[in-house]
Design a binder for this molecule. Structure first.
Ligand code: BTN
Length: 248
């Protein structure tokens, strides 16, 4: 299999690197292809949210992965990508990121990176996955729209100086490859351990959405699928599969 990043397509501006790759069959067919954009006019986040693009100041890219895991295990790849980014920030920049379920990377409790994992299947039903990663690299928190400033941060703010985007990409891609190889070889529990080690979940109070409205509980940890296990106020346990959680 070709390494992740064997081909890197660099775009000045695109609507969304994820959309481009998802809609371009010959991109999706190439495991390891990476599309990087300096600016996205319609960057997408999870659950229909928008990704705010600051031209030239962020690392925004999508990579195609043809995993060997079954389709229903693909959601765990979002956690895997979070671990790969966190390791890249730790080893490359000496930072100490934390992870927020399911796939945000935080510095000082504020989001510095978002991850959007999307999937199609080929004619044989095998997954073709697009791992989209956006990292707020340079500039300050004041560069974001006022309403988002309390929530978002940049690497530069924490690293004390500007970050070289290509160097950071070079830190992250081999880590995606290594972790994906582990997942493909049945090493999900190892990946979940690496994720939980940076998430400090145990006992934290949170609010989570349910079809009946928001509920409060405490995070217990992850299930073996990578879902969030929550203890309800009555002492019961609930598995939270998707939807934004809020720490209390
Ligand atoms: C989120 O925070 O909910 C996920 C944000 C993911 C943003 C990245 S930037 C590169 C790729 N292209 C997109 O349109 N989204 C992802």
């Amino acid at each position: 299999m070709n390494p992740i990043g064997h081909t890197i397509i660099r775009l000045h501006e695109v609507v969304s690197t994820n959309t481009l790759v998802m809609e371009t069959e010959h991109y999706l067919a190439q495991h390891g292809l990476v599309v990087v954009a300096r600016h996205q006019t319609g960057g997408r986040g999870r659950i229909g949210k928008k990704w705010v693009s600051l031209p030239g100041a962020q690392l925004q890219f999508s990579t195609v992965v043809h995993p060997k895991i079954p389709r229903d295990e693909v959601p765990a790849m979002a956690l895997m990508a979070g671990v790969a980014v966190a390791e890249g920030l730790e080893r490359g920049l000496g930072l100490e990121p934390t992870l927020k379920w399911p796939n945000d990377v935080l510095l000082g409790g504020k989001k510095v990176c978002g991850i959007l994992v999307e999937m199609k299947t080929d004619s044989a039903g095998s997954p073709r996955v697009v791992v989209g990663i956006g990292i707020n690299c340079n500039g300050s928190e004041r560069d974001f729209p006022a309403g988002l400033r309390p929530l978002l941060t940049t690497l530069e703010h924490h690293a004390g100086g500007p970050v070289e985007l290509d160097q950071l990409l070079g830190e992250i891609l081999p880590r995606i490859e290594a972790w994906q190889e582990r997942l493909d070889a049945g090493g999900k529990s190892e990946m979940l351990e690496a994720w939980q080690g940076r998430a400090h979940l145990g006992g934290r109070k949170l609010r989570y959405p349910t079809p009946q409205g928001a509920r409060e509980g405490r995070a217990v940890g992850l299930t073996e699928e990578g879902y969030l296990l929550i203890e309800t106020p009555g002492g019961g346990r609930q598995i939270h599969v998707s939807g934004e959680i809020e720490w209390l």
